[in-house]
Design a protein. Structure first.
Length: 566
């Protein structure tokens, strides 16, 4: 696989952050965007002693396989049985193993690292330390302890999202170790460019009640209580099997279960429905895992039921459908499970030259492939908790509240086709079903849609906008100084409104080029910025300046260039 333009930029940005003095960098790249490939290329280019770490055996195996695919000589710090299994997996997949016991690049499990003899000179020789699933690395946990073993190393903590469910920060001084944040393109951007597949999300009704399940210190649901809540369901197992057959029968699927007991029930139910199924857990050996994945790719299996694995770090392009049977309060976990099915799956002759195509050609090839869209079947309401995972997000190294405001546009669930969709649409974009009409008295009632706003409210807003546009109304019999102050304040308000309206026009123009209708644009603005477009044009100076700043930040994130500023 050739290196892609966004991967070149991501690697360059990481190197740039190091060159500017950052010791540790959090690097964000979406699931399926090629984090493993970028890590392998980066380490290969450095040609220096390095350590790449992960926290579970299947992730250590995945990292070793990535290095092996790129022809990077590497050793593995793990029990000899695990090392032998990984070597066999490398030969099985790539025809050759680049494992070398004395290689300066080593792959290691975090738990193995922290119990090694720290007087080993290798720790001080390592120049680059890479932490896979970098959102785990905090100053006071085992991941941070592992990173600190390498005093002379620059660090890269690679992750799909720089977000933790517990709200703790990843930055130095905020509980983490990172000095700089590097963010690659969003999953939505990679979908638009044909580097990831688009998806169809369906959300069947569920009888699982997690309202009384407390949160653990991690920010996710308490595991024991969550399992109990899922076990109380009388329909989840049957629902998962039935809806898989209904929406994706015959396709390769991953199902995420809450525990082994539930996974076994699901496997039994799938097999009774003539769907060949296996289970993978954290206890599954690498050799058994390799066998299962080989059978899966060959379609000898149609379903793999996963228990707390296959969410992180799994590269299985063949996956066509993901069934969620495990509720989670962790956006990170939700998005990783969601992303398992977004990898492009096309014929080998196309895949070999995929990076030579234009974006339009890639999108066309995906549309005409056996997997034009991935299918996500969310049985547990994760979409309600987190929204859509491919929505571009704002990241920070600072701490956040555990239950901070969900980013992205609120979703509605179509009562006819069971597909969630953004609230910017006045009807379901998939089947055309219209929700019940709302009151029209306020912008809030119509979600900022000016086309549905009461005429009296519109007229009032128009009058205030007109008052701002015209010269100020000066009170009678006031002094020259008072008149001057009023004129100055009015001028400042006009200037701030001029800048704000220019930003709104640029933002709205972007969505117009994406074929959004005016009502959709009005609603999107309302949900993104907290007020409707007309009310925005009546704001005072400070409020207008603040809103303009937020809109300009969004414009920059969308990579929109303002021609008037060039």
């Amino acid at each position: 696989m050739g290196i892609r333009d966004y991967q070149v930029k991501w690697i360059g940005d990481v190197n740039g952050a190091w060159d500017e003095g950052a010791q540790n960098v959090v690097g964000v790249l979406p699931t399926g965007g090629g984090k493993g490939f970028c890590i392998g290329r980066l380490i290969q280019e450095k040609d220096q002693p390095a350590c790449i770490s992960a926290h579970r055996q299947e992730l250590v195996s995945q990292l070793a396989l990535t290095l092996n695919r790129e022809g990077v000589p590497h050793s593995i710090i793990a029990p000899q049985k695990i090392v032998t299994e990984i070597i066999h997996a490398e030969i099985d997949l790539h025809g050759k193993s680049y494992y070398q016991p004395r290689a300066v690049v080593r792959v290691a499990g975090v738990n193995t690292l922290v119990v090694r003899d720290t007087t080993d000179r290798w720790f001080s020789q390592v120049k680059y330390f890479v932490g896979d699933e970098g959102h785990h690395f905090l100053e006071d946990n085992i991941f941070g302890k592992a990173a600190k073993l390498f005093p002379n190393a620059r660090g890269l903590f690679a992750t799909a999202h720089a977000i933790r469910a517990d709200g703790r920060g990843l930055g130095r001084g905020s509980g983490g170790l990172a000095d700089k944040l590097v963010v690659g393109p969003s999953a939505r951007r990679l979908i638009e460019r044909g580097f990831l597949a688009d998806y169809r999300l369906v959300a069947p009704p569920s009888d699982i009640d997690v309202s009384q399940v407390p949160l653990a210190v991690t920010g996710d649901f308490n595991s024991k209580k969550l399992c109990a809540a899922v076990h109380q369901s009388t329909s989840i197992v049957g629902d998962v099997v039935r809806e898989y057959i209904r929406f994706a029968g015959g396709k390769l699927g991953l199902t995420f279960a809450v525990d082994i007991e539930e996974a076994q029930k699901l496997k039994t139910a799938f097999q009774k429905a003539d769907v060949p199924t296996e289970i993978i857990t954290g206890e599954t050996t690498i050799s058994d895992r390799s066998r299962i994945m080989r059978d899966f790719r060959a379609k000898k299996l149609l379903q793999i039921v996963s228990v707390d694995v296959l969410g992180e770090g799994t590269d299985v392009p063949a996956v066509e459908v993901v069934s969620m049977a495990r509720p989670t309060q962790s956006f990170q976990l939700y998005s990783q499970q969601f992303g398992r099915s977004l990898r492009v799956s096309v014929r080998k002759e196309l895949a070999d030259v995929w990076d030579t195509f234009t974006d339009e050609e890639r999108v066309s090839h995906i549309a005409n492939s056996e997997k034009p869209k991935a299918i996500i079947i969310d049985h547990v309401g994760n979409w309600e908790r987190h929204g859509l995972p491919d929505v571009p997000r704002r990241y920070t190294l600072a701490a956040r509240e555990k239950r901070s405001r969900r980013e992205g546009i609120p979703l509605k669930l179509c009562t006819s086709c069971l597909q969630p969709y953004e609230s910017v649409f006045s009807q379901c974009p998939y089947c055309g079903t219209k929700p019940e009409p709302k009151e029209r008295g306020t912008p809030e009632a119509v979600e900022g849609d000016l086309t549905e706003l009461d005429p009296a409210v519109l007229n009032k807003l128009r009058a205030e906008i007109e008052r701002i546009n015209n010269p100020p109304m000066l009170p009678a019999h006031t002094s020259y100084a008072v008149d001057g102050a009023i004129k100055k304040q009015h001028r400042l308000r006009q200037e701030s409104q001029h800048a704000l309206r220019s930003a709104i026009a640029l933002w709205a123009g972007y969505w117009k080029t994406h074929k959004a209708t005016d009502p959709e644009t009005y609603r999107r603005f309302f949900h993104m910025f907290g007020c409707d477009i007309m009310t925005a044009q009546t704001l005072g100076t400070s409020e207008a300046n603040e809103l303009e700043t937020n809109i300009r930040a969004e414009i920059e994130r969308l990579n929109v260039i303002d021609a008037t500023q060039t």
